[in-house]
Design a protein. Structure first.
Length: 214
């Protein structure tokens, strides 16, 4: 049996831009400008690991109490940005794939580093479509570690080799590859080198693709 595992931020909804905006504000308060290229290296990575990377790029060292303060601040900023998310924000192609999976009996899971995943799916009105939700609260190792996807496959009861993962991040593609799953990168006009397949958008994937890919 085949299965789909969807990343959340940047795949189901364009929240990646809000993570970027929030981290930019935090980085500014450390006295430096977070670049787009640096942000690519934060995609798919947990909140804690993201802060550690930013601190190391800025050459800044703070204690764990300060870290906790900045993590909370970042999440407050982020939650303000996503406050008004609704069905309208679901990215093109998501509903088509969910419907296709339902017709074909393909179970779907969410595999995200976010601790806000349940809340976001509820705002989008599609939480019930996911048989399994693996989020940042259920994992201890950040992507590129494959834990999040392997847990998803295990909870769905499918062989990892039969899982197609939709990802927009370098770390996420690496995690899917490590889990021996089929990595499908969705990153607009860009490309993720290590992905098995690249598409501009989920909407660009012809449905026949899924018949032949595994
Ligand atoms: C991932 C995002 O999905 O979730 C990362 O790509 C983010 O940018 C991570 O840091 C954790 O999200 P949250 O919502 O728990 O801060
Ligand atoms: Mg993502």
């Amino acid at each position: 049996m085949k299965a789909f595992i969807f990343d959340l931020d940047g795949i189901i909804v364009d929240t990646a831009k809000y993570h970027f905006k929030s981290w930019k504000i935090i980085s500014k308060s450390f006295g430096f400008e977070l670049s787009k290229n640096q942000n690519e290296l934060l995609k798919g990575v947990s909140r804690e690991e993201s802060l550690d990377r930013i601190l190391s790029w800025g050459g800044i060292s703070i204690d764990k109490f300060e870290k906790k303060k900045y993590l909370e601040k970042k999440n407050e900023l982020y939650k303000d940005f996503i406050n008004n998310l609704s069905q309208m924000d679901i990215l093109p192609g998501v509903k088509k794939l969910i419907d296709f999976a339902a017709i074909k009996g393909i179970p779907i899971a969410l595999g995200s580093a976010s601790k806000n995943a349940h809340q976001i799916l509820k705002k989008l009105g599609i939480k019930s479509k996911f048989k399994v939700i693996i989020d940042g609260n259920l994992t201890s190792k950040s992507k590129p570690h494959p834990e999040v996807f392997l847990k998803g496959a295990q909870m769905l009861g499918v062989n990892p080799k039969k899982v197609i993962v939709f990802e927009d991040s370098i770390a996420g593609v690496e995690a899917a590859n490590k889990a021996k799953m089929v990595s499908v990168a969705i990153c607009g006009s860009g490309k993720i080198e290590n992905a098995r397949f690249n598409f501009n958008s989920l909407d660009d994937i012809p449905l026949e693709f899924f018949e032949n890919v595994i």
